[in-house]
Design a protein around this ligand. Structure first.
Ligand SMILES: [Zn+2]
Length: 344
């Protein structure tokens, strides 16, 4: 296993230092499994962002969106869609504070939204293990019902987009569960590379990665009975945390203990993110298919932070674009051609 990086620098004469010669340190890093590159320049954190408004009142924004919120307790029954009872036996799945219903604007045949809490807004240190454990349980129950009905749909995914910079259109905290008939491009890459790694070495890449990171100690964070946490060597986003589960390849194989340990890991990350000043993030899982034992693969999940919350803007890049490398499009290309053609 190789943690490959190329350390170099970019030279310039900056107006910030009276046009003195300057060399900015630059790292190209390559993911040890996929070889996907990323570039790190820590100085970029200092750059001026012209579009950012200072001193924005997040409280006002939360209060404004609280009125008529679809997911708040007084509205949820009349504002959210129902599951087909023929498949799920119920219109909505409830588990503690979680209410699960179909996404009103789905991008998968099986695409559910699972409200996490009754509260319209929570600070990142106000979530509880019970809330998240219940949410995972409801999503898992939904996935298994959908799979039972349609066994070709066997790739489950559990996701959070939290707050508008992460592409959440609704402020009220909610998770999204998907069940697909084919893996997303990034998941396919992970599955193929993990299988190749095992063919070549006879070992599970993910267990090896955890042992190696634990030995090095530079990026290893913590572990519990069910999973380990590390900061990714070559991340897909800022403040990326990778969760690697022990002994299971699919979300469907998480048992009660596994769900609660996952919930505890999520809480720890949220609390650390709050400490770092993060208010928006994405979470996505990379799961093997339901019903298949894959000795070469381990269920894993990733968190990345997103820019600070700003009013009047919702990003169009969520977990699908940032993690799964599959774009969700809401404009028809043929109509785009029609409209641009008029100018030619
Ligand atoms: Zn709400």
């Amino acid at each position: 296993m190789e943690f490959r990086k190329v350390i170099t620098e970019a030279q310039l004469q900056s107006p910030l230092t009276g046009f003195e010669k300057e060399a900015q340190p630059l790292e190209y890093r390559f993911d040890p499994l996929t070889n996907m590159p990323c570039r790190i320049n820590m100085r970029r954190a200092q750059r001026v962002r012209q579009a950012e408004v200072r001193g924005v009142d997040t409280g006002g924004f939360v209060t404004r969106t609280r009125r008529d919120c679809f997911f708040c307790p007084e509205n949820i029954d009349r504002s959210t869609p129902l599951l087909p009872e023929s498949i799920f036996g119920v219109g909505r799945i409830t588990e503690g504070e979680c209410v699960l219903f179909p996404n009103l604007f789905p991008f998968a045949e099986y695409h559910a939204v699972a409200r996490i809490t009754r509260e319209h807004y929570l600070e990142l240190d106000q979530y509880t293990e019970e809330m998240i454990g219940d949410n995972l349980k409801a999503c898992q129950g939904w996935m298994l019902k959908a799979y039972e009905y349609d066994p070709e749909a066997r790739y489950p995914m559990y996701n959070w987009n939290l707050m508008p910079p992460s592409a959440a259109s609704i402020v009220h905290p909610h998770a999204q569960a998907l069940l697909d008939k084919r893996p997303t491009p990034y998941l396919r890459l992970l599955l193929e590379k993990s299988r190749d790694y095992c063919t070549e070495t006879g070992r599970n890449y993910w267990s090896e990665l955890v042992s190696e990171e634990r030995r090095l100690g530079e990026r290893f964070i913590a572990e519990n009975d069910s999973l380990s946490l590390i900061a990714s060597f070559a991340p897909q986003g800022n403040r990326e945390i990778l969760i690697i589960f022990k002994g299971i390849a699919s979300l469907s194989d998480l048992d009660e203990k596994g769900r609660m340990d996952f919930a505890a890991a999520i809480l720890g990350i949220l609390s650390a993110y709050k400490e770092m000043g993060v208010s928006s993030f994405n979470l996505s899982t990379f799961s093997g298919p339901i019903g298949e034992k894959l000795p070469y693969y381990s269920l894993n999940a990733k968190f990345i932070s997103r820019p600070p919350v700003q009013p009047f803007y919702t990003s169009d890049s969520g977990f699908m674009e940032r993690f799964q490398y599959e774009s969700i499009i809401e404009t028809i290309p043929e109509r785009v051609a029609e409209m641009v053609r008029e100018r030619f």
